[in-house]
Design a protein around this ligand. Structure first.
Ligand SMILES: Cc1ncc(COP(=O)(O)O)c(C=O)c1O
Length: 389
């Protein structure tokens, strides 16, 4: 077979995840002895709660860690369903809970179960880049809808209608609240309006709720509060500090359960067993996990107070998650070069906006404040010197 015939497929030619490249460069500099403040990584600095690790250790020693049901351990599915009753006053049948290898696998499974190749799915821009890249890899057609300060950084029914008029029939809409990178959150009425609007248009509505419980005053509304038709995706990665355990979940309408089960059986066999056993404990660790959120809140306060003194003054709302999406258009028209120089010259790593928004992201930088408060203070000190303010 010639190299021409065995070239990589077109659908594998998705964009790289730039934050990973920034991380690699930051780590390389650190390995040479440089001190680097990590405001690029979108993961908690705090360890997985001790009791969760203890449950995992016990299970590891007891072994064997066999496959579980493709949809997950029944006890974990029931515990996740109970979380919706406790936190959102919503009744969810455990049969509708799908446990997955991180929310990333939940996106693959739900996209495959909902969309044919070639169908259009709307995603907000700026937004988490893997939405469009995963959709593309699966042969779907992501349609980016720009959101910004004028719309409160949120998708609205009007914006969806306008996108459909411009691009043609949309088969699905995906939102994230709180959003990565902006931290913007949908209110109850905004969420309900989106659920109703998409239901009326016979469109799948997917709500990424992976930053739930990391909020700074505004309630984290679940799309399930507006009915059973929404597809909700969540994860143990962020609030629960379990990124590397690779565990997430989806709540899906009943008619999707069996199709997703068939896909999950074939694509993944089962989610990671050890992580599933440990994750059940995570729901009982809210006291220590809320202490992490208090640290993020303090980091957020510090950055919002101090970054303007360094000359970075304009931010998306940051009502939830642990990111500040900053407008740096008065400082650069190329935030990738700006971030590269900031890393090299000031030793502060942050992510250029182009990762999240190919159209306007060159004027934005995302700062993650999931790390230590003292690192935030040091980062700001360095930026003040670097920017000469
Ligand atoms: C908005 C959003 N959704 C989904 C994910 C994927 O997370 P995981 O696969 O670890 O659950 C991330 C990770 O950063 C994210 O920011």
């Amino acid at each position: 077979m010639s190299a021409d015939q065995t070239k990589p497929s077109g659908r594998s030619s998705v964009d790289p995840f730039v934050v990973m490249d920034v991380m690699r460069e930051a780590n390389r500099l650190e390995a040479t002895g440089r001190s680097i403040m990590h405001l690029e990584v979108g993961q908690p600095g705090a360890p997985t709660p001790e009791n969760v690790r203890a449950v995992a250790t016990e299970a590891l020693n007891a072994g064997p860690l066999a496959y579980t049901d493709a949809l997950g351990l029944p006890s974990l599915r029931a515990r996740i369903a109970r979380y919706y009753a406790e936190h959102h006053s919503v009744s969810v049948d455990p049969e509708r809970v799908v446990v997955t290898a991180g929310s990333s696998a939940a996106f693959i499974l739900t996209f495959l179960a909902c969309f044919e190749a070639g169908e259009r799915v709307a995603v907000p821009e700026p937004g988490y880049p893997a939405y469009r890249n995963t959709l593309r890899a699966l042969g779907c057609d992501p349609v980016s809808i720009p959101v910004g300060p004028e719309t409160g950084w949120a998708l609205t029914p009007n914006l969806i209608d306008a996108a459909e008029a411009k691009h043609g029939r949309l088969k699905g809409v995906l939102v994230a609240s709180p959003s990565n990178p902006t931290g913007a959150m949908l209110t109850g009425p905004q969420m309900a309006a989106l659920v109703r609007h998409n239901e009326a248009a016979d469109r799948w509505f997917l709500s990424d709720e992976i930053y739930h419980r990391i909020t700074y005053g505004q309630p984290d509304v679940s799309a399930l509060e507006a009915g059973d038709e929404a597809i909700v995706i969540n994860s143990f990665s962020k609030y629960y500090c379990m990124t590397g355990w690779r565990l997430g979940w989806a709540i899906v309408p009943e008619r999707l359960v069996r199709p997703i089960e068939r896909l999950a059986q074939n694509l993944f066999i089962s989610p990671p067993t050890l992580s599933q056993i440990a994750a059940e404990q995570a729901f009982d660790e809210t006291t220590c996990l809320d202490e992490n959120v208090a640290v993020y809140a303090e980091n957020r306060r510090l950055l919002l107070e101090e970054l303007p003194k360094a000359g970075i003054t304009s931010f998306a709302p940051a009502d939830g998650a642990f990111y500040l999406y900053a407008d740096v258009s008065h400082l650069t028209d190329d935030s990738s070069a700006f971030c590269a120089a900031m890393l090299e010259e000031a030793g502060v790593a942050a992510t250029p906006g182009a990762d999240f928004d190919p159209t306007h992201g060159h004027q934005y930088v995302r700062f993650s404040f999931a790390g230590k408060t003292e690192d935030m203070g040091e980062a700001v000190r360095r930026l003040k010197t670097w920017l000469g303010s």
